[in-house]
Design a protein around this ligand. Structure first.
Ligand code: ZN
Length: 332
């Protein structure tokens, strides 16, 4: 269940709004035609009267009534079409028009959710992620290996930076494809600009495209929100709404852990968040410049040990890609 109840209701309300608009729009076109071509109104009135008469006859045991009416109806409809065309209207001008023909704007077709419902769901999940625009630019399709060194061996790994990166990307794709079955949590470590945020964005987009709810926070924003929840009684409601999402979304991305202003509150909230999400079987991806040892020193033993035992660890190496890109642009 990737949508909350209120998000589901929002989607359904949008369908109801659309159905109302369809009806208004249809009535408006019908009235317009009636005004221009009064004979068409007469024909419609005749169709209604004949229909009612035929229903009465059928109730009185006249078995042929429906059959006769169908013949009359065809004839009357044909007369309508001729008049409509003569007045210069398109043939479907008096028909109801739908945004989605398949489900007639109900969201369901043949007892299943329509593809337009899935689109609406995906739109909501993107909006909720906090990184909608970034995800259009940073995803597995736009990922480039141009900035990774294919010549120099990383000695402790026995492969080049490029080979290692290809392996990491394969693992990330597999993680996103199989989530949550083969692992729910990842920790990306590495210095600034090695591609940690880019990779988390790639995974985020792949997950949202599978209708999995993802929420992105920089660690600074997350702890700010949590402290508002804790201390600011005035906006309690707003903060609680944000907070519920943080514990319940299927994937939480916590970017740049270690760059926030650290204190006892941050430390305890980080543990609460990490621990609570593990207990609720929800996924978390953390990226940080800190090593595990540094995490232990900066926060606490128990955070480091929860992460060690429940997260897949992905260290990233290499130089600052953003610097390389800048220098490259400088050369051209
Ligand atoms: Zn539809």
């Amino acid at each position: 269940m990737a949508l909350t109840n209120s998000q589901y209701n929002e989607v359904m309300r949008d369908y109801e709004r659309q159905q109302r608009e369809n009806r208004y729009d249809w009535q408006r076109r019908v009235e317009e035609v009636y005004k221009q071509v009064p004979q068409i109104r007469q024909l419609d009135e005749e169709i209604r009267a004949r229909g009612a008469a035929s229903a009465r006859q059928a109730l009185n045991g006249d078995e042929d009534a429906a059959h006769r009416f169908r013949g009359v109806l065809l004839d009357l409809k044909e007369q309508k079409q001729v008049l409509l065309a003569a007045a210069g209207y398109p043939a479907d001008y008096m028909e109801m028009r739908y945004r989605c023909v398949k489900c007639r704007d109900t969201g369901y077709a043949n007892g299943h959710k329509c593809h337009c419902f899935e689109q609406a769901r995906s739109r909501i999940l993107y909006d909720q992620s906090n990184i909608r625009h970034v995800l259009m630019q940073e995803n597995f399709d736009t990922l480039s290996y141009d900035w990774y060194d294919g010549g120099k061996q990383l000695e402790h790994l026995g492969m080049t930076e490029l080979e290692y990166m290809r392996m990491v990307v394969r693992n990330c794709q597999e993680f996103a494809r199989s989530f949550p079955k083969k692992g729910q949590n990842l920790l990306f470590t590495g210095s600034t600009g090695v591609g940690k945020t880019f990779l988390t964005n790639c995974i985020a987009k792949a997950l949202i495209d599978r209708y999995i709810s993802v929420i992105y926070f920089t660690s600074q924003d997350l702890f700010e929100l949590l402290s508002r929840y804790k201390f600011d009684r005035d906006s309690q409601e707003e903060a609680e709404d944000g907070y519920r999402h943080i514990l319940d979304c299927e994937m939480l991305i916590l970017d740049d852990l270690g760059t926030e202003v650290n204190n006892t509150f941050v430390s305890s909230q980080l543990f609460y968040c990490v621990n609570e999400r593990i207990n609720r079987h929800k996924g978390t991806i953390i990226s940080t410049n800190l090593s595990i040892g540094m995490l232990r020193d900066a926060y606490s033993d128990r955070v480091a040990s929860r992460i060690m035992s429940h997260y897949g660890l992905i260290p990233l190496y290499g130089g600052d890609i953003r610097m390389k890109k800048k220098n490259f642009r400088g050369l051209t």
